[in-house]
Design a protein around this ligand. Structure first.
Ligand SMILES: [Fe+2]
Length: 282
C-alpha cells in the first residue's frame, strides 16, 4: 500500500471517529465535586440532577435512565424543570417518576414547557403523586446524614403568563430567600433558567442548579460551548458546565432532551452527579 493510500485511510478513519463522537446521543454521566466548609471532613452529599427530559422515554419503561440514576446512589434527586412537555405525552414523565420514586428525596421546579402545556395544575398533581416535593418560591431545611442542607426552588418566570400574573423573579427571590442569609447549612437553589444568575447571586446560595439551554445544541469541544440557546440566542454564555462566583457555584446541566429534528452535536444528553464534600474539621 502506498503512503498516499495509508494517509487517505487514516483520514477516513479519523473522520468516522469524529462523526461518531459528534452525533453520539447515548446518555452520559457528568460529575462535579464541590468542597464546602459548611460540611465536616468526611461528610459527603450526592445530588443527581436531571433536567429537560421533555417526557422522552429512554429504553423500555425508562429503564436506561432510571438504572443509570440508581447506580449513582443519590442522597437527593433534583429535577430542574421541563421534565414534562407541552407537546409530548406525559407518559414518559410518569414512567420516569415511577422509576426513581423512593430512591432519595426528590425536589422539582417548573420549566417553561410545563407552563406552555396550559395544564400546569394537572402536571403538578401528577408529579406530587410520586412523592416529589415541588418547590414554588420556597425552601426546606433537611438533614442528609449529618449535613444540614437548605434546598430551595423558584418558579420558571413563565409562571407569569399562566398561574401568577403578578410574579416578578427578582422581587420574589428577595422576598422569599433573604431570610436564608442567617440560617445555617449548605444552601442550594433549583432554578430552571440559567440566564438569571445575576439575580440568583443576590441571595446567599452556595450552589445553584439550572438547565433549559440544552448545551447550546451544537458544541465544539474547547472552542465553542454552545451555538444557540433559548432566551440567550446565539453564542450563549450559560449552556453547560460549572460557573464559579466567589463562594457560589452555578452548575448548568446540558439536560437529557432528545429531539430527532434538533440533533445535538458533541453534546450527548447528560445526567449530572454533584458530590458536596466537607472540608471543616470538627
Ligand atoms: Fe426550558
Amino acid at each position: 500500500m502506498t503512503r498516499k493510500k495509508i494517509l487517505i485511510l487514516n483520514c477516513i478513519g479519523l473522520l468516522i471517529i469524529l462523526l461518531f463522537l459528534a452525533f453520539y446521543n447515548g446518555l452520559i454521566v457528568r460529575k462535579y465535586i464541590i468542597n464546602s466548609n459548611k460540611l465536616a471532613v468526611g461528610e459527603l452529599v450526592r445530588i443527581v440532577l436531571v433536567t429537560d427530559l421533555h417526557s422522552h422515554i429512554y429504553g423500555n419503561n425508562q429503564t436506561k435512565i432510571v438504572s443509570l440514576i440508581i447506580k449513582q446512589h443519590p442522597d437527593i434527586i433534583a429535577l430542574v424543570g421541563d421534565i414534562a412537555d407541552d407537546k409530548v405525552p406525559i407518559e414518559g414523565t410518569k414512567r420516569f417518576l415511577a422509576g426513581i420514586k423512593g430512591l432519595a428525596p426528590i425536589y422539582y421546579v417548573t420549566g417553561n414547557h410545563e407552563f406552555w402545556s396550559n395544564d400546569i395544575v394537572n402536571i403538578k398533581d401528577i408529579i406530587r403523586k410520586y412523592d416529589v416535593t415541588i418547590l414554588e418560591n420556597s425552601y426546606e431545611q433537611i438533614k442528609i446524614k449529618n449535613a444540614s442542607i437548605v434546598i430551595s426552588g423558584v418558579d420558571d418566570p413563565d409562571v407569569v403568563k399562566y398561574e401568577k400574573p403578578e410574579f416578578d423573579l427578582q422581587r420574589e427571590m428577595h422576598y422569599t430567600f433573604s431570610e436564608l442569609r442567617d440560617k445555617p447549612g449548605f444552601k442550594i437553589l433549583l432554578a430552571h433558567r440559567p440566564e438569571f444568575i445575576e439575580i440568583y447571586k443576590e441571595c446567599s446560595f452556595d450552589l445553584v442548579l439550572s438547565g433549559h439551554s440544552h448545551g447550546g445544541q451544537v458544541r465544539i469541544p474547547f472552542i465553542l460551548n454552545g451555538l444557540w440557546a433559548p432566551n440567550q440566542g446565539w453564542f450563549p454564555k450559560y449552556t453547560g458546565g460549572e460557573y464559579k462566583y466567589d463562594s457560589l457555584t452555578h452548575i448548568v446541566s446540558r439536560g437529557v432532551s432528545y429531539n430527532p429534528r434538533l440533533p445535538r452535536v458533541f453534546n450527548p444528553p447528560e445526567v449530572v452527579v454533584i458530590d458536596i464534600k466537607g472540608s471543616t474539621s470538627r
